[in-house]
Design a protein around this ligand. Structure first.
Ligand SMILES: [Zn+2]
Length: 144
């Protein structure tokens, strides 16, 4: 049974969800608000990011993006597609750097899109620029 964490956008409770159930529109166990997943990717705030990093037992991959960034828009669907393959083995998060500048600064994000792998609270992989499907897949394989 592979579980991923889902932070509730309403009450901020941390939900444990079966990776295979994420596509069935999971809801928060506490307040019943639908959790904001796109495939297995979840948009998170700094607060939610910190909570998930503290509680996750699987590696976490993060896509740092912004709405004004063209390459980020192109990279988003690739990131989402790869999440379907690793659901439950790797937790996929997206951080909007416009809304969470503090987090991007703290993790040393200089340019976007940036992809990071975090294991046990430590950054184990960090790559700048968009990747295509195969590149992202092999990057995940090498860094997870
Ligand atoms: Zn909730």
């Amino acid at each position: 049974m592979k579980k991923i964490l889902g932070s509730c956008p309403s009450c901020h409770a941390l939900n444990k969800i079966e990776a295979s159930d994420v596509k069935k529109q999971p809801i928060c166990g506490k307040c019943k608000t639908p959790l904001a997943f796109h495939d297995l990717v979840q948009d998170v705030t700094t607060e939610e990011f910190d909570k998930i990093v503290r509680n996750s037992s699987i590696p976490i991959i993060v896509d740092f993006w912004a709405s004004w960034c063209g390459p980020c828009q192109q990279y988003g669907p690739t990131f989402q597609m790869v999440s379907n393959e690793y659901g439950g083995h790797v937790q996929f998060l997206k951080v909007n750097t416009e809304k969470n500048q503090d987090l991007a600064a703290r993790l040393g994000v200089r340019g976007i899109p940036a992809t990071m792998m975090i294991k046990d609270g430590k950054i184990t992989g960090n790559i700048a620029g968009a990747m295509n499907y195969d590149q992202l897949r092999s990057w995940v394989e090498q860094n997870k």
